[in-house]
Structures are given as C-alpha cells and as structure tokens.
Design a protein around this ligand. Structure first.
Ligand SMILES: [Zn+2]
Length: 508
C-alpha cells in the first residue's frame, strides 16, 4: 500500500550565498524524497528561502536597493541549486510570497484567538548582528561575542507568545517519542533545555524599528518577528490557508531536516506554535551536523570556504553528492578535504563503480553481441545475497543513516568486482559458454541492482546505468524491481561511456 511522505529542509536566510553545509542538507533531503518516490510513496519535498528581517533591510539600504530587489537577487542563487545539485524538490517557497504571508497571518490569528499572544514592553540589550536581545552575562568585554560589537539599549513594545504554557506538553511529546528528535543526543539536548521550563518569546517588532516583515494582523504598528514568519513555511508551502486538500494530503510532515544550530527553534517554538494554533505536530525532526574545511571552521578570512559550484563544475553533481553523503556522518560533524575528495572520486567512483559498469557492458558486447545472454539465473546464491543488501540498505535509509546506506552500496559494487575477478569471464570465454552466460547474466543483474540502489543518491549515474541496460527508472514497480532476475534474455544493452571521467588537474 502506498503511503505519503513529506520532507522539508530549513529555509536559507538570503543574506549570503549558499554554502556547502546547506548544500548537504538539500542533498540529504533529496535522497529521502527520491527514495520514497522510488518505493512508491506519495512524496512531497519542500525547500525555500527566509527573506525578511533587519539584516536584509540594512543590507539593502547599504546597497541602495529596495529590500525586495535584494532578496530577489539572492534567492536566485538558492534556486539555481536545483540544477547544480540535481535536486528533485516539489516546491520552492519564499517567505515574501503572497500566499505565505497570508498563511502566516492565519497562524498568528489562531494563536491570538487562544489567548496565547500578548503585548508587553521589553527593555534590554540588542545586538543588531544577532537581530536579537542579548543577555548581559553572554557579553565578552561588554560586546556580543558573535559580532564583536557593543549592543544598544533598547526599549520596545512587542507581542509575546506564551510558549511557557506549552513547555510541559512539548517535553512530553518529545520524551515519549511521539515527536521524534533524531539523533538521540539532540533529543537529550532539547529535553535538558525544556526541563527548566521554556520562556515566552518575543513574537513581533515595532515598525519604527523594522519594516521589512509580515504585518501583524490588526495592528498597523507591528511586524512579525522571525518565528511566525519563517517557521510557518512548512505548512503554507503545501497549501495551508490556500489549498486545504493538498495540505491535508501531506501534513503532518514526516521529516523536518535541520542543522543543529536551529534545533531549539524547531523542537520548542515551532511545536508550541502548532499546539497553540491547533495544528497536528510533525512526526520527526532530523538534525545534521556541520562541515569543517581541512579540519578548520570555514571562514572567509581563512580562505577555506568550500563552494559547491566549483566541485560540481569539475567533477559533476553526483561526485559532490557522493562525498557529502558518504564522507560526512549523516547526523554528526564531518570534514571536507580536497585530497580526500580526489581519493574518493578516483577509487570509489571511477574505479569501484565506473569501471565495474564499463567492464560488464564491454564483456556483454564482446561475448554476446550486446544482448543479455540466455542463462541459468543463479537465483539460489545471488538472489538471497541481493535481498540481504536491499534489506540492510532500506534499514539504513529508514534510520536516516545515509552514510551507512552508501557504504552498503559501495560494498555491493566491490562484491560484484570480486565476482568478476573470481569467475574470470575471459577464461570462461575460451572454455565454457554456458558458464560464461551464467556469469555475465549475473553481472548484468548486479549492475541493474546497483543502478536502483544508487537512484536516490546519485540520480544521474543511476539513470545512465539504467539506460545502458534499457531499464526504466520512473514509475517503478519497486517490489518487483528488486527481485533477482529482472533482466529479460535478449535485451540489448549499450556500451558505457566512462561514468566518472578522469579530471585533469591544471599544471601549477
Ligand atoms: Zn551579535
């Protein structure tokens, strides 16, 4: 029976170009979406951009632009990633989209009707870099440690959200696993925060300070602060307040995928907002780590910022996808190293996967005129072996261990390479045609399975292998496709172009 699957990424703040960490998040979400489409689930994948706030208002002013002009320009860099990284999301939401603004106002109104939004004045130290009030105790030499600037004293009237009212209820949902926070360490981290009780949060800003935001319903002097503006995208993006049928079809989200720095916003504030507005809660929040560059935090001053475009231009989107998915732990921090990237490209992609596919297809051309040979299918041994691979692979993807899933795929490719070395088709070609047919059939079947295993991870590579074998990659009957022996005798196959070509390094 087909199920539905709805996955979201966080929305990127458009004050800078996309970085490799966000690229990884997009790719991880893409794997989940492609996987669920492959197994036949009714899937929706959402990403987008967060486009309001003080930083953008200020940056636009500095550049002599209207805020909308600036965000239009910057959002384009994020939209480009769909092609660059070969993503398959269904919708790209911008928080400046009209339907989103209306949806966010609807959420606000519902929360207000519950008596959960109240006006209060607040005096505190405000860091313009953080776009937030900061606490005296967090300052270093009187300055915000993140921005190295002295915060200003500010008194303003704000609306507040009574998050404290939902503190216990949120804690219970997380503790019981009704709302799954993954990995476990992040679940414990947020439970620790909630244990002391969540505080009410500032939910709006006065217009005399911030204009670039969504209007608070029924108060011309206030705009929404980031929470209701940004977090509501997860429901407005699938039709909340505009296409109720689609909203009901996909909500609640199966997975909100986020970085570890925004855990608290998602597992506390967003959950409280939904409780207040009487909207069902998401099922799970998956939290990935950060990427360092050559062992150091990426920064402009160290000149070690990894630009995803550079690697895609040179090695292709699949090579970058493979590296980020297999070399970086799925829910932990990892390192991006140029040397390691080259090694992985050469050994794991070009040799282990690329050569295997070329060899098998070349032998089919040479020994069987490019057609799948008629043979005994060796189901007894290889059938169960492949089923075991699929079982472990599916467990890894369902447990959000994408690194492990790719390790299983790489091990399967190694197994097939060893099968070539052990059976020596070039020797059989001189001695035993029946055995040769059996071996080549088995190898072709193995690369057919390899193409399916790769489909969510390396979609372009998977599509190439499938097309060489004359196999479809869309609208699969998944249950049937993963059985051993799917290739029909006599099916013509093509010779492969190198899947991962040698990359010439410029002479220094
Ligand atoms: Zn700051």
């Amino acid at each position: 029976m087909s199920k539905k699957f709805y996955v979201t990424t966080s929305i990127a703040y458009v004050n800078a170009r996309p970085h490799i960490g966000f690229a990884m998040e997009l790719i991880q979400a893409d794997v989940l979406a492609r996987y669920h489409r492959m197994i036949g689930d009714d899937t929706f994948s959402l990403t987008g951009t967060d486009e309001h706030g003080m930083k953008l208002e200020t940056a636009a002013k500095e550049q002599g632009l209207e805020p909308k002009q600036l965000v239009d320009m910057n959002a384009a860099y994020f939209k480009e990633l769909k092609e660059v990284l070969n993503l398959s999301y269904d919708h790209f939401i911008r928080t400046t989209d009209d339907y989103h603004e209306k949806g966010a106002q609807k959420v606000w109104t519902l929360m207000n009707e519950q008596g959960d939004i109240y006006k209060d004045s607040y005096e505190g130290l405000y860091c313009i870099g953080c776009e937030a009030f900061v606490l005296e105790k967090d300052l270093v030499d009187g300055k915000c440690p993140n921005h190295n600037r002295v915060p200003e004293k500010l008194r303003e009237e704000n609306y507040f959200f009574k998050l404290s009212k939902y503190s216990d209820a949120i804690g219970k949902k997380i503790e019981t696993g009704e709302l799954k926070i993954f990995p476990e360490s992040k679940k414990n981290e947020i439970l620790y925060v909630i244990k002391d009780g969540l505080k009410d949060v500032s939910f709006s800003r006065p217009k005399k300070i911030l204009k670039w935001g969504i209007d608070v319903p029924n108060d011309p002097d206030q705009v929404m602060y980031v929470w209701c503006d940004a977090l509501s995208n997860y429901i407005t993006g699938i039709g909340y307040g505009r296409d109720e049928e689609q909203f009901k079809r996909y909500w609640p989200a199966d997975v909100h995928l986020i970085g570890k720095d925004i855990l608290r916003f998602h597992s506390a504030i967003w959950i409280g907002m939904l409780m207040s507005a009487g909207i069902e809660l998401p099922k799970a929040i998956y939290v990935h780590g950060f990427i360092t560059s050559e062992g150091k935090k990426m920064s402009k001053s160290l000149n070690n910022v990894v630009d995803p475009n550079e690697y895609v231009d040179k090695y292709g989107a699949d090579a970058l996808r493979y590296f980020l998915l297999k070399e970086i732990p799925t829910v932990d921090d990892g390192d991006f190293s140029v040397e390691r990237f080259k090694v992985v490209y050469g050994t794991e992609l070009a040799n282990n996967i690329g050569n295997l596919v070329s060899r098998v297809l070349a032998m089919t051309g040479k020994y069987f005129e490019g057609k799948v040979p008629e043979a005994v299918k060796s189901e007894d041994v290889l059938g169960p072996e492949v089923m075991k691979v699929w079982k472990e692979y599916q467990e890894a993807v369902n447990g959000f261990d994408l690194k492990k899933a790719l390790e299983i795929v790489a091990a399967f490719a190694s197994y097939a390479n060893k099968f070539v070395d052990d059976t020596k088709p070039w020797v059989l070609a001189k001695e035993n045609t029946q055995d040769l047919a059996r071996v080549i059939y088995a190898l072709l079947e193995m690369i057919r399975h390899l193409s399916l295993l790769l489909l969510p991870f390396l979609p372009a590579t998977s599509a190439k292998i499938s097309s060489y074998l004359g196999q479809a990659t869309e609208n699969l009957d998944f249950g049937k496709a993963i059985l051993w022996g799917g290739l029909q005798f006599g099916q013509p196959v093509q010779k492969a172009e190198p899947l991962f070509a040698r990359v010439e390094e410029p002479q220094k």
